[in-house]
Design a protein around this ligand. Structure first.
Ligand code: HEM
Length: 215
């Protein structure tokens, strides 16, 4: 491995960026709870890769969505496993993001100069919940359909903007094929792209400010 690394290093100059990327000082009092931001990120990457695989077979249309999910489960090699990994990672990501947020809160790491990073993190939390909400409809079964009817109706009760929010989410007044396509577009394009921007901002600020000394 060392020889391969040296070979590549003499051609691409890997050591320098590799060093500045991995060799950073940490405060003395960090503990395992400081790993949860990283674990959340690993789960995000796992979701991205399994999501890409699922998108190869999933069909976001009123007539075919449910059948395509059945096809993934029963006919595609490891389809059921990939789907299960996607689903479990999504649930675990919410658990880990909450633990990460609690760690940041309890250690007071949201204070100056990290307030903006707390805001960026809050946006990431909303985006993560958005992934869950939009992904839930995609199997297009009874549970998914009625959960979305209820969820979007709740959005419709927001004062002043509720009506517009409901139309934005449903693509009209009813939950139908247009809603499915819309949720799919949010789930696989809009939310991932916006998340990448905020993840970059989050990590950039961590790099600039370092990990806080905490308690
Ligand atoms: C996709 C979601 C998120 C990812 C991947 C992520 C990732 C990370 C990572 C890797 C760190 C380095 C330290 C650690 O792991 O504890 C960190 C630090 C931080 N995160 Fe997050 N985070 C996310 C969401 C959030 C949320 C929801 C908040 C708060 C609302 C937040 C606020 C912060 C702050 C303020 C720091 C700096 C803490 C310090 O310097 O001690 N993050 N994040």
């Amino acid at each position: 491995m060392g020889k391969i690394f040296d070979y590549l290093d003499s051609r691409f100059v890997l050591k320098k960026p590799h060093k500045s990327f991995l060799e950073r000082d940490l405060p003395a009092n960090v503990n395992y709870f400081y790993c949860f931001g990283g674990i959340t990120f690993i789960l995000f990457l796992l979701l991205l890769s399994t999501g890409l695989m699922l998108s190869t077979y999933y069909v976001p249309s009123e007539k075919e969505a449910y059948q395509s999910i059945k096809f993934i489960d029963n006919k595609v090699y490891f389809g059921g496993v990939i789907r299960a990994v996607h689903k479990w990672s999504a649930n675990l990501m919410v658990v880990c993001i909450v633990i990460h947020m609690l760690r940041v809160f309890v250690t007071g790491s949201y204070k100056k100069p990290r307030e903006l990073n707390w805001v960026a993190g809050s946006v990431l939390l909303i985006l993560t919940l958005g992934f869950g909400f939009t992904g839930y409809l995609l199997p297009w079964d009874q549970k998914a359909y009625w959960a979305t009817v209820v969820g979007t109706s709740m959005a419709g009760t927001v004062p002043l903007i509720g009506k517009y929010l409901l139309i934005l989410l449903r693509g009209g007044f009813d939950v139908n094929g247009i809603t499915l396509l819309r949720f799919y577009s949010f789930h696989v394009l809009w939310l991932p792209l916006i998340s990448l921007v905020f993840l970059w901002a989050h990590f950039h600020m961590i790099r600039q400010q370092g990990i806080s000394g905490g308690l």
